[in-house]
Ligand binder design. Structure first.
Ligand code: ZN
Ligand code: ZN
Length: 389
């Protein structure tokens, strides 16, 4: 850390206890009632204007100060995962089969710690919107909050979010300009043939052979159609057909997961899969139905806001504590939808890099409480610089 600066006057013990309390009471997507109530109570006690029930269990805390016209949005996610906890920690989950295995308990605690600091110091001029979001883990809580008028009701000039990342030292801040996390789409392909006797294939139209050919042809899309400088994934995760050795079934079903790091690559892959699947099925005299379910969008950090946040981090914590341009990840994140509307940046904070450090979504994972003071200090410093008095 830069010797010229000290961490904000966060009462760390209070927020470590709070984090562990949230950890002990994890709640799944759109069921974050206890967590949301806790967040709302804290914000109210510090003088925030609090709006509850946005997009289900979402909470927004608004704090205005001075005459500044600029506004900033900071987002934390609150939901847990359907995982049986195996950390052995004193603050282990009380809700059987539900666990904070992605550190959203920590994200919530870091933002609350910053909320208290901002309300106490009031060293900014403008509007701070603290967005506590439900259902990040696949539920699309960001979209639900937006459908509930999030940005119409709480105007934000820019938005930011932090996620912890195991594999980097505790408190290390990792930025990335441009595409940072993949889109994620779910595709079902149904191949419709004509069933028949296994000994008389010429009297049937075999969907297994056609579907096998489709699986192989799909492998050519990333290798032959996607620009080698880009990245994408097409995984066939399920192939279901038939039930007996002497029966040709009438149908086969494939389930695919599609990821891309560029919005145009995502569009191109969709067009290519549709054309390839129909052409392949037709070449075998069969038909195909494709059910395309769009998941999260590509998360794209805007340049100016990423640069701004990165400079705040480097000025405050020093160059060694910051990765200016980290790698893109093939995970996905619904903050991407917010970034499609409002410029901003999604960054990571290291969760520890010692041997045995667990990745998120592992039953032995736990958020590192050493991040609370650093994350909250970064949040309050970002607000102070963005809404300069
Ligand atoms: Zn997660
Ligand atoms: Zn997460």
């Amino acid at each position: 850390m830069n010797q010229a600066h000290e961490l904000a006057s966060i009462e760390v013990e209070e927020f470590i206890s709070l984090r562990r309390d949230i950890h002990q009471h994890p709640e799944l997507a759109f069921e974050e009632y206890r967590t949301a109530t806790l967040v709302a109570q804290k914000l109210k006690s510090w003088g925030y204007e609090v709006h509850e029930g946005i997009g289900g269990t979402g909470v927004v805390g608004v704090l205005k100060n001075g005459n500044g016209e600029m506004s900033i949005g900071l987002r934390a996610d609150m939901d847990a995962l359907p995982i049986h906890e195996q950390t052995g920690a004193e603050w282990s989950s009380c809700n059987h089969g539900v666990m904070h295995a992605c550190g959203h308990d920590g994200h919530t605690a870091m933002l609350l710690a910053a909320a208290k600091e901002l309300a106490a110091k009031k060293d900014f001029s403008g509007t701070v919107n603290l967005i506590f979001q439900p259902a990040e883990e696949g539920g699309g809580g960001a979209l639900r909050m937006m459908a509930d008028g999030l940005f119409e009701r709480f105007s934000c000039d820019s938005i930011f979010a932090i996620h912890n990342m195991p594999g980097y030292p505790v408190g290390h801040l990792i930025f990335r300009d441009g595409p940072a996390m993949s889109s994620s789409d779910y595709v079902t392909i149904e191949i419709n043939g004509v069933g028949g006797h296994g000994g008389m294939p010429h009297k049937a139209s075999d969907p297994i052979v056609a579907a096998s050919s489709i699986v192989m042809a799909l492998q050519t899309i990333v290798s032959r159609n996607v620009d080698p400088q880009q990245s994408a994934v097409i995984t066939v995760g399920a192939f279901n057909a038939g039930h007996a050795n002497n029966v040709i079934p009438a149908h086969a079903k494939l389930e695919l997961s599609i990821r891309a790091l560029d919005p145009q690559v995502r569009i191109d892959i969709e067009a290519r899969i549709k054309s390839l699947v129909h052409a392949q099925a037709e070449s075998f005299g069969l038909t195909a139905n494709i059910i395309w379910k769009k998941g999260y969008a590509v998360l794209v950090n805007s340049s100016a806001e990423t640069e701004f946040a990165r400079n705040v981090a480097v000025d405050f914590f020093g160059e060694a504590a910051v990765t200016r341009q980290g790698p893109a990840l093939s995970g996905s994140e619904d903050f991407a939808f917010m970034l499609e509307k409002i410029p901003g940046s999604y960054l990571f904070i290291g969760n520890g890099d010692t041997p045995g450090t667990c990745m998120v979504h592992n039953p032995a994972y736990d958020f590192n409480d050493g991040n609370i003071a650093i994350g909250a200090t970064f949040w309050s410093e970002l607000v102070k610089q963005y809404l300069k008095t």
